[in-house]
Design a protein around this ligand. Structure first.
Ligand code: HEM
Length: 282
């Protein structure tokens, strides 16, 4: 190999070494960002609630003891054996499994020739975690204890946490920005606050099971991480992936080494050119 060829080879290899680092310098890598976190909840677009209140209470009201009845109001419905509510509004966060959905409408129970006159209305389902929820409701009426004592002034308690709900069987599904939550016949028991407001039923007494269907529209940030088959978008860079793509610590040494090679090769090239000219002129 002639001196000139050797010098040219040195230059080429120096360029090969330096080219990637030059490209890196031209477009520095983006700093790693953590996986997107859910900060916004999904907005409920439709929700339906189906619940019989308490079968034994309905039997008591319509039976031979109370000789009573009930009527639905404010959009609520009744079809034996369940009351129904639609038009629920609220939010739900799939990341924390929390949120609340409020429904308009209620039920007025009457009996005992008007001594019993109790209205439960505006139920709200409050999601308190992945498998738990509560049913809050406005209660207006006279307790049986007061009625039997001759105290007939109705008392209103707003949004009493009436029931603890077991939502272990709740199914949450997402497709793009659409989310649905469905629960069929979730077990329900009365809380201490419910007992205090309604009377008669000790804390922990089972009420009728409750079913719920919710549709919601989510901001993309609130959606759980998509499965690979679901997404057509570029994957979100995780800390681990970003660390892998970050510049390595030995890169500056490679750059410095390459620069030395370039300077050396250029000097050798200049010397070779000078020698060749000398030879040509001799
Ligand atoms: C002075 C009028 C009232 C009388 C004489 C009366 C009488 C009774 C009787 C005898 C029972 C037992 C029924 C059974 O074991 O089968 C009962 C149950 C009950 N009463 Fe009354 N009551 C009166 C007013 C009220 C009022 C104002 C309320 C308020 C909501 C009420 C709520 C209840 C409840 C929740 C039960 C239990 C029903 C069940 O078995 O699930 N009662 N009442």
């Amino acid at each position: 190999m002639s001196l000139r060829r050797a010098v040219m080879a040195g230059l080429v290899s120096a360029i090969v070494v330096l080219a990637p680092s030059a490209a890196w310098a031209a477009s520095p890598p983006t700093i790693a960002t953590a996986t997107a976190t859910a900060t916004d909840a999904c907005a409920v677009t439709s929700a339906q609630l189906s619940w019989g209140f308490k079968e034994s209470f309905r039997s008591y009201i319509s039976g031979s003891i109370a000789h009573g009845t009930w009527e639905v109001q404010g959009g609520a419905t009744y079809e034996t054996p369940r009351f129904g509510w639609t038009g629920g509004a609220g939010t739900y966060s799939p990341e924390t499994s929390t949120g609340s959905i409020a429904f308009p409408g209620g039920i007025r129970f009457t009996g005992h020739d008007g001594l019993l006159d109790t209205t439960v209305q505006n139920p709200t389902v409050v999601f308190t975690g992945p498998a738990t929820a509560q049913l809050l409701i406005d209660i207006t009426g006279v307790s049986m204890e007061n009625a039997l004592a001759g105290v007939n002034t109705p008392v209103t308690t707003l949004q009493v946490p009436l029931l603890d709900l077991d939502f272990a069987a709740a199914v949450v599904e997402t497709q793009h920005s659409a989310l649905t939550v469905s629960v069929v016949d979730a077990p329900a028991t009365i809380t201490a606050e419910g007992f205090a407001a309604f009377g008669n039923y000790e804390t922990g007494t089972p009420f009728d099971a409750l079913s719920l269907i919710v549709s919601a529209e989510c901001p993309q940030a609130a959606m759980p991480a998509p499965t690979p088959t679901e997404t057509a978008e570029a994957p979100i860079e995780t800390d681990a992936a970003a660390a892998a793509s970050a510049p390595t610590p030995w890169l500056p040494w490679v750059i410095a080494g390459g620069a030395v090679v370039v300077v050396g090769a250029a000097a050798a090239f200049a010397v070779a050119r000078r020698r060749e000219r000398k030879d040509d002129s001799a």
